[in-house]
Design a binder for this molecule. Structure first.
Ligand SMILES: Cc1cc2nc3c(=O)[nH]c(=O)nc-3n(C[C@H](O)[C@H](O)[C@H](O)COP(=O)(O)OP(=O)(O)OC[C@H]3O[C@@H](n4cnc5c(N)ncnc54)[C@H](O)[C@@H]3O)c2cc1C
Length: 362
């Protein structure tokens, strides 16, 4: 049986993959997006930085995005470097406000637009891909083999294709343990805010979602968090109890922390390089930033779009946009590593404890 041949194959139907698909719309190149079905669980990551507003505009999604149900993120409180709580107010940000997302709704918005873009969407995962110098042969899980001239790897942290063509670098072993909390009663109107609190074993992130649930995440290294945290509600409750401001917020708004947390990898990792002949990686596949930056979603939107446009240029014989894309990501990684170090250096209360000692000694 003859196999389908595409100019561009996008691996992954997440944020970067959908942004790439939308950017290819009407560009005259045949393309396919491999987008295996997602499980229905809530996903971590709901703060969309102000820089995303311009990208959503470029993708033609600004108006649909404004229709909601996301909420402007105006107030962030931090207890970092001292025991005092400091408010960072973002009401007057030049790029407009950041947003706290209804993440499933945001992903649906992108996916619907990707499907309308006219490219083929296959609900299949990639099993393996081989490049013969001009063409990729791609085997799908429980599916046919397809071929493509260019592969955009948007498969998230696994970087299923690009990882074999670049060096995979890792700065730390950050993991996240998190849960989505409901109020016990709806008598109290919870504060629409985000809170970051540093603690001896790492730091907490709490943010009120548009549906009034609280996203609550503890970030630490795998060996600084209590063992078996994902199966131990008591240990989770004890971690919450040991905080100052997170606990106060939960108590005052009546959030129920008696839930089982879930673990997720949150390390800072990147590929070197992020593009080569016939391929490019975008989003977390290219560089997964520590969520302290709150830039992963925006970078995925930016990278998916930029890498897709660079792929089209490369197929037209112009390699410069691809080189420029790779150089920009490399610079962004270096900038991020510098900011990351400066941010961790501002918290000096526990210099002898492993989580902080590791970050101060870089
Ligand atoms: C705990 C936590 C909190 C975070 N909080 C924030 C935040 O507040 N703000 C922010 O901006 N960022 C945050 N991030 C980061 C953000 O979630 C990511 O940067 C973003 O989701 C990256 O998008 P992506 O499209 O590159 O990858 P993903 O969203 O991971 O999408 C990858 C896609 O590839 C698909 N895929 C995987 N393997 C295959 C395969 N073999 N074949 C085909 N498809 C495949 C997957 O199904 C998935 O759909 C957070 C991350 C973590 C871990």
């Amino acid at each position: 049986m003859s196999r389908a041949i595409y100019d561009i194959a996008i691996v992954g139907g997440g944020i970067a993959g959908c942004a790439a698909a939308i950017a290819l719309a009407g560009g005259g190149r045949s393309a396919v997006m491999l987008a295996p079905p997602q499980d229905e669980r809530d996903r971590f990551g709901e703060f969309l930085s102000p820089a995303a507003n311009e990208l959503l505009h470029k993708l033609g999604l600004a108006e649909a995005f404004r229709a909601g149900p996301h909420r402007p993120a105006n107030a962030t409180y931090t207890a970092w470097g001292s025991g005092s709580l400091v408010e960072r107010n973002a009401l007057m940000h030049v790029e407009g406000p950041g947003h706290v997302l209804d993440r499933p709704a945001f992903e649906r918005l992108l996916r619907d637009a990707a499907e309308r873009s006219g490219i083929a969407v296959l609900p299949k995962a990639l099993d393996g891909a081989v490049h013969d110098g001009t063409m990729w042969s791609m085997q799908l899980v429980d599916g046919p083999e397809i071929a493509a001239r260019f592969v955009l790897d948007c498969s998230g942290r696994t970087a299923v294709v690009a990882r074999r063509y670049a060096v995979h670098r890792r700065e730390d072993r950050l993991v996240a343990a998190g849960a989505f909390l409901r109020q016990r009663t709806d008598e109290v109107e919870p504060t629409p805010a985000t809170l970051i609190e540093a603690v001896p074993e790492g730091w907490w992130y709490a943010s009120l979602l548009p549906d009034r649930r609280l996203a609550l995440v503890l970030f630490g290294d795998s060996d600084t968090l209590p063992r078996g945290l994902a199966h131990d509600t008591t240990a989770w409750r004890e971690c919450v109890e040991a905080t100052q401001y997170v606990r106060q917020w939960l108590d005052s708004a009546g959030f129920d922390s008696d839930v089982q947390p879930r673990l997720a990898g949150a390390a800072t990792t990147w590929l070197d390089p992020v593009a080569g002949p016939g391929w490019a990686a975008a989003g977390d596949a290219a560089a997964a930033f520590n969520p302290l930056s709150s830039h992963g979603l925006t970078t995925a939107l930016w990278g998916g779009r930029r890498a897709a446009l660079a792929a089209v240029a490369a197929l037209d014989g112009d390699a410069e946009p691809l080189e420029s894309y790779a150089a920009t990501v490399r610079r962004a990684v270096q900038d991020f590593l510098g900011q990351r170090q400066a941010t961790y250096a501002r918290e000096g209360r526990w210099p002898a404890l492993p989580f902080w000692r590791r970050r101060h000694s870089r």
